[in-house]
Design a protein around this ligand. Sequence first.
Ligand code: KG4
Length: 336
Amino acid sequence: MIILGIESSCDDTAAAVIENGKVVSSVVSSQDLLHQRFGGVVPELASRRHMEAVTVVVEEALKQAGFSLAQIELICVTQGPGLIGSLLVGFSYAKSLSFTLGIPFVGVDHMAGHLLSAFLEKDVPDFPFIALIVSGGTTALFKVDDYLEFILLGATRDDAAGEAFDKISRYLKLGYPGGPHVSRHAEYGDPAFLKLPRAWLEEGSLDFSFSGLKTSVLNHCNTLRMSETLTDQRIDDVCASFQQAVVEVLVEKAIQAARIYDLETIVLGGGVSANRILREQMTIGCSEKGITLCLPAIENCTDNAAMIAFAGSKMFEFGVRGNFDDDVFSRSHLGR
Ligand code: KG4
């Protein structure tokens, strides 16, 4: 089956073609430059840019795949969660294509895409497994029992990990999106420079909390700034200390989830899983505990339409069909 995937939940316009479960093309048009000067995504600008980009990105994905629109048999599109204006662009576009071509469409929860992104790789995980999804909008642990069977084990109670990276980067004026900038500075810093809190929460809790850590980092930065000692080296040290605090909690909680549910596989997903230290420490932590770690390629971890096409194809197999009066949603209830 030849499937077109479309994703526009936040600030990336993406389209992909998959054929019989294999990715044939995957195109992402990033809006990073557009939002850079604001230090975060401006929803109105994001939707307008999606409107300009969506046709171009879909045509490019088809061209790279060597297919015409007439050959597409199913359209899978992100229905939520995300920014309503952004979602509406991709979702309405997919509905119109579906109507015009007379083919079905399926609305996909963006989180399901991340949870199944490991299936875009050559070596796929066996069910059941623990998935840690860490992005700019989410930090959550799931138990994945089958393609469409997800149980939410824990989620952030405040900031997502990526959001904390972005806010610290904005404060230090390092650039947007913050994660890659903070992690680059962290490469030259001392992770033991600041003693920062780790929010382990109640005994056995698989929830996360990053806002206390973020506030603590900002307070330290204010103190350094007031004493005029926030030098380039200190900025690197602050970034390294912050990154270490985030990574430690992510690794420990993912391994704890595997232990509690007696599972042998952990899958990582979401934009923050591009972080080198997270990948490295997760690899070490899992190998020490005899856990198999699936680390999808970075382009499959960040927002993309191939994961949406794949998740939608499984929903279609299980009988799910989109209706023209379906609407987008801003919050996910997946696995609850
Ligand atoms: O999943 P994603 O591409 O988009 C959504 O959140 O929807 O994730 C983007 C997030 C941003 O917060 C970005 O700062 C973070 O992932 N990120 C990173 C790194 N690369 C991207 N965070 C830490 N280290 C990185 N290397």
